[in-house]
Design a binder for this molecule. Structure first.
Ligand code: HPA
Length: 267
């Protein structure tokens, strides 16, 4: 499956060699509309499937941004869509095979930390995998990573620092914190959010952790950024809706894209 996908993509991109991979989360896909040299729909790629979530386009976009060659996922595979966890992380393995060294993974998340406001951006410093699955379960591909990979520094510490410095330089306020992944698709209950806080989470979401585990296993540097789209259940008194999440992502979009472009330039 992996080899077929990689061969197909190579046949389409020729000698384009991406060094940075970016997974664009809900409402943040515009970067791939702005910069698009080559686009391949997921439906064309062996082993990939069309994205089923509104606000996610479903294509790989290859582009040169600030003199760096990047591959962007405009839309990702979520576990809650019914995809196997292996399918969720297939694109990350593809990126590795194409030569990607650094993965920038973004998402929409709910704020657990009471200091966080909707449309804040958070640098992910660590995660808690509460999905009940691990994408590395199964026969280990020793050519990519080891059986029992260390997860002490999934989110490359020197990049956490550089992103914080970039935020300061651009005048974009950045929070820092721990991201806890639930499967979704239902949002968490107030009791679950309380649990998340007690366990040390600052934000909750339904993605990112499988991809980050896989990238770290495969020896890639990882940068994680959450757009805090709402206060998680029980943190504020208002109920949650996907429309509000998309609205907040839209509000944050410009600063988010500005930040990512600068990260691409500086790393
Ligand atoms: N919980 C989980 N995922 C989310 C949330 C949330 O509150 N907001 C955006 N994605």
């Amino acid at each position: 499956m992996l080899t077929k996908a990689v061969e197909f993509i190579k046949s389409r991109i020729g000698d384009f060699k991406p060094e940075i991979g970016i997974i664009l989360g809900s409402g943040l896909g515009e970067l791939a509309d702005e910069y698009c040299d080559i686009a391949i729909s997921y439906s064309e790629i062996p082993g990939f499937e069309a994205s089923t979530v509104s606000g996610h386009k479903g294509r790989l976009v290859f582009a040169e941004i600030n003199d760096k060659k990047v591959i962007m996922m405009q839309g990702r595979f979520h576990f809650y869509e019914g995809h196997s966890i292996q399918k969720v992380v297939l694109p990350v393995k593809v990126m590795k095979r194409l030569g990607v060294k650094t993965l920038i993974v973004t998402n929409a998340a709910g704020g657990v930390n009471a200091e966080f406001k909707p449309a804040d951006l958070m640098i992910i410093t660590d995660h808690i995998n509460h999905m009940g699955v691990n994408p590395l379960i199964g026969i280990n591909d020793d050519t990519m990573g080891e059986r029992f990979p260390d997860m002490s520094e999934v989110y490359t510490p020197r990049y956490v620092n550089s992103v914080a410095a970039i935020g300061e330089k651009l005048g974009i306020k950045l929070q820092k914190g721990v991201y806890m992944a639930f499967t979704g698709p239902s949002y968490e209950t107030p009791a679950e959010v309380k649990m998340a806080r007690v366990l040390g989470a600052d934000a909750v979401g339904m993605s990112t952790v499988p991809e980050a585990i896989t990238a770290s296993w495969a020896g890639m540097d990882v940068i994680g950024i959450s757009c805090i789209c709402n206060s998680a259940a029980g943190v504020s008194t208002v109920g949650l809706s996907h429309a509000d999440v998309i609205n907040a992502a839209n509000t944050a979009k410009d600063k988010f894209i500005k930040l990512v472009k600068e990260i691409i330039k500086e790393i």
